[in-house]
Design a protein around this ligand. Structure first.
Ligand code: PLP
Length: 365
């Protein structure tokens, strides 16, 4: 059987059917229904956040977060290119200019020592990424943001359930986005949310994702539509029941990968971060000076029907639409993107499968 880089976690078919039964009775399919309200309150508790707004996907949530602040068109947002295109696209689609900051070599999050040099009188925000679920240097970022009066919008798409110093990761910064896409640690098929501490942001964000409607006869501005429906929320309710088991299974797989690959000449794995409760979202391995290149290892695995992915290659300032347009060199991001291979990791990946993948990587001639 083919082993993909990821595989969606699913409740049993019966559990999902049981969950969606009430929807047939109520005929309430979307627009802040019962399932969504229940999921919201359970997520608030699980994520350790004070406010949550649910979206039909993570990308629209990220755009909503930027739009909320009403920055002047052409403002600059400092971000990293070592991420999924969504991060960069959200900035551009909101009429802002991405200013690329390099990542650090330890955990591939934004290099906080390089942020200040990029700040201009057009800078309005920082959009760091908790890439692979690794926690950014949230304290240093907060200091810089305070000093220059910048907003901090976290792309926490990979960081569902991650805690830092005992606090939910989304309690840092002005606002954080989690993605609930099918491939993520926790999913609602498609989906996402914004989390924030400031209660006054809740109502405007709720209205913004529902056309800007205030009530039946009032619409204050041209909002869009990014609502989560009841079938998505039901999938979320089912998956949330099993989230601890999903994460502990991932942890077992990660531990075995580490046992087998750590210390091998030419292979580098990420070190666990201090004070961080991880969600074991991804298993990136850096092939640097190994007997075969990253691309050759990817090919060898593919011969065995195992799909590893080059997350993140290319970096987002090297795509055709962005290359050369936003001039900021990010040599570390570029170098990592040329050596990284994300190995298969998901909740029901078996111990035997991890062993098989490691055998292939280690036995390559
Ligand atoms: C998945 C992802 C997104 C987008 O989320 P969707 O729910 O797929 O729209 C944004 N940023 C990062 C880093 C992601 O991995």
């Amino acid at each position: 059987m083919k082993i993909n880089v990821t595989r969606s976690s699913m409740p049993s078919f019966e559990e999902y059917c049981e969950e969606i039964k009430d929807i047939w009775e109520s005929r309430w399919l979307t627009n802040h229904g019962k399932k969504l309200v229940e999921l919201e309150s359970k997520l608030k508790e699980y994520l350790g956040v004070s406010n949550i707004v649910m979206y039909t996907n993570g990308h629209l949530a990220l755009e909503a977060a930027i739009s909320y602040f009403n920055f002047p068109k052409g403002s600059e947002i400092i971000t990293t290119p070592f991420t999924f295109v969504s991060t960069t696209n959200s900035i551009i689609r909101c009429g802002m200019i991405p200013v690329f900051c390099d990542i650090n070599d330890n955990d591939y999050t934004i290099d906080v020592t390089k942020i200040e040099a990029l700040i201009t009188n057009k800078t309005v925000a920082i959009m760091p990424v908790h890439v692979y679920g690794n926690v950014c240097d949230v304290e240093a970022i907060e200091k810089i943001a305070k000093k220059y009066h910048l907003k901090v919008i976290y792309d926490a798409a990979h960081a569902f359930g991650v805690r830092y110093k005992g606090r939910g990761i989304a309690s840092y910064g002005d606002i954080s986005m989690f993605s609930f896409h099918a491939t993520k640690v926790f999913h609602t098929i498609e989906g996402g949310c914004l989390c924030f501490n400031d209660d006054s942001m809740k109502l405007p964000l709720e209205q913004q994702k529902d056309f800007g409607i205030v009530d039946a006869e009032h619409c204050d501005y041209a909002g869009g539509n990014a609502k989560m429906n009841e079938f998505q929320a039901s999938m979320g309710l089912c998956n949330l029941r099993h989230i601890d088991e999903y994460i502990s299974n991932r942890k077992k797989a990660v531990e075995l990968y580490r046992k087998r690959l750590l210390g091998v000449n030419g292979i580098r794995l990420l070190e666990p971060q201090e004070d961080v409760l991880s969600n074991y979202a991804y298993l990136p391995a850096i092939f640097d000076g190994y007997k075969k290149s990253r691309d050759q290892i990817k090919e060898e695995l593919a011969k065995h029907d195992i799909c590893a992915r080059k997350y993140f290659y290319p970096i987002t300032n090297e795509y055709s639409y962005s290359k050369g347009k936003y001039k900021r060199d990010t040599p570390i991001a570029k170098s990592i993107s040329e050596k990284v291979l994300t190995l298969p990791l998901y909740s029901d990946l078996s111990i035997e499968e991890v062993d098989l993948i490691c055998d292939i990587v280690l036995d390559i001639k």
